[in-house]
Design a protein around this ligand. Sequence first.
Ligand code: ADP
Ligand code: MG
Length: 692
Amino acid sequence: MASDALTTMGTCMFDDAVMAAKLPAAVVQRFNECLVSGAPTPEDDMKIIADTMFAWARERGAIDFAHYFFPLRGGGGAVGGMLAAFKKDTLMDLEFGSKYTTKPMKACLPAERLFQGETDGSSFPNGGLRVTHSAAAFTTWDRSSPPFVMDKCLYIPCAFVTHFGKCIDEKTPLLRSMDAVTLHGLRLLKNIGIGTDAKCMFSYLGWEQEFFVLSAAHYKARPDLVNTGRTLFGKLPTRHQQGDLNYFQAIPGKVQELLDVVQAEMLKIGCPMAVKHNEVAPGQHEMSPVFRTANVSCDSNVCFMEVMNREAAKLGLQVLFHEKPFAGINGSGKHANWSVGTDTGLNFFYPGKNEAGVKLYVTAIACLSYGLAQYNEMVRCTVASAGNDHRLGAQEAPPAIISLYPGQGFEAFVESICSGGDLLGYKAEKKKQETGCSAAMHIEANVEDRNRTAPFPFCGNRFEFRAVGSSQNCCLPIMVCNAIMSAGMAHLSSLIEGGMSHRDAVAKIYTENKHVIFTGNGYSAEWPVEASKRGLPNLNTTPKAIATWSSEKNTKLLETLKIYTKEETEARQEVMYENYISCMCCEVETMIQMVETGFLPACAKDLEKFKGFDKLAGSRKTVYDSIVDESEKLKSLIAAKPHSSLAEEATYLCDTVKPQMVALRAKVDKAESMMESSLYPYPTYEAMIYSH
Ligand code: ADP
Ligand code: MG
């Protein structure tokens, strides 16, 4: 990155520093108080803020403004799928008057338009919460996420709700879950007598985004990539990711250029990137920013994906965010590093240097174990998608079984506390390890080792939800992390409020929920067997996972925490099913089309060349004919798809149609290894992943 780019940090973000510098102190103070209390910003203040933001945005070249929000079903599945939605309104100085206007229009950002917008809710996925004849829906500024200027537009991050206040977006439930963390976090602190001066709690997120970068020309020449985001056919090159060599290679020049530009763009809107490197598979890379409060970080992740797409196009590149763009080589995830803490700086997941810190830490992990054990399926659902089904449990990502890895030392401590031990029995000292040579000095190893096979490992000061898919919006997974943590904190508080001692309450929770703690190898064949003995669900496909979403237990929890009404929970399930079904149907149609218009004509041409050379032709005809047979089978299966219920349709696509897609692909990939190479109708895996 050019060094001058570093000086642009946050220059296009309307954050608290800008507010403090540009607004009267009393306005800022009231604004911040309203953020904590949830009260509306007073009308006079709204006007002052809008005027100031208008002038600030114009100074940065903005000519439009847009309410920026995340409809359900953004991102995942098809490329070109919506990540965020916005309608641009002009921000131009409209100070003109003529005989056609009754009065001169004033240059301003109308206060009511800054804070609220209206649009048509029925055009967005809404799980039946909006229909075309009663369609109004509103965007309203998430006042805890700073507006920013990008590409001549002032973006105002928003929540999106219906005429009746029902949420039809990703953001609103996340914000509600952050309120639940505050409510139950402060209640817990009061009950255990630690950090009682805190006034507010936050949840934090730092995402690690994996992706592939290809040449745009290759991408455009593959109907499967364009329509579904992944290759539906293609055989592995002989050199792929053996030895994980790609990890250690330099980032190719053009990709480096892309990552540098994106880094500079993100910095301007206040999102400094902390990491950029190659990933395991050829053509695969990763970037991750410094963590921030969860809602702001979710906003910046969506923005990052959009900026990547935009800048890649300028360089003749294409970024793939799909979870498994290439069969046979590693897919992409989005590790969500998550923690909760107070406005006074207490991190619940930092073992701490003093007794209060250790006590809080062991208490917080008890709450998390409770949440993960009791609402295990809900956590699994948040990462369920057609794309992620190719990745979870495939020796490259955690299995579909949700367990907690707090470290082996901690696991031993849990045993001791269950048999009467003290809360301070956990020794959280870092360990000094010698390197054995004089030039490289000793290292301070973390309290606990890392476990890359676990869906929820401890990472020193946070947990890393590793099962999140690369194309996903992080809002839902983090909302559920907050929800289950709040459930655990509420449960512990109720035990203490009922008269139990702090130690006994923590011990009781561990005794009842320690089956969710697993510190072994999550990729091993023994783990699913062991997990089943422990009663942990193994929801290894998306339809199986979605079926559990609206259970009585889940609905009740989300309702109690005021995150989702029963209606909203059910609507979300419907959207999950629709998403899965539309993604699978699009894949099937694309497969059939590529066979008919690409592979069969190529096979025919190839056979032509072998006319009269039966021995040389070998099994070509048999293999090519079998493509027709498998394709016909796929067509008849998709034609017989049931329509009785979304659940049945999704299950059928998963259990009956998907195996046939695999069978068809196998024949086409076999043909690829026989066909004259110039006849193969699309860019090959080899060409695509080694395009730089
Ligand atoms: P890894 O070691 O897993 O490769 P990285 O350094 O790539 O990790 O990314 C770790 C991410 O975790 C970064 O986004 C970082 O800012 C974030 N992070 C660090 N501390 C916290 C915390 N307390 N809460 C949430 N995220 C955090
Ligand atoms: Mg990580």
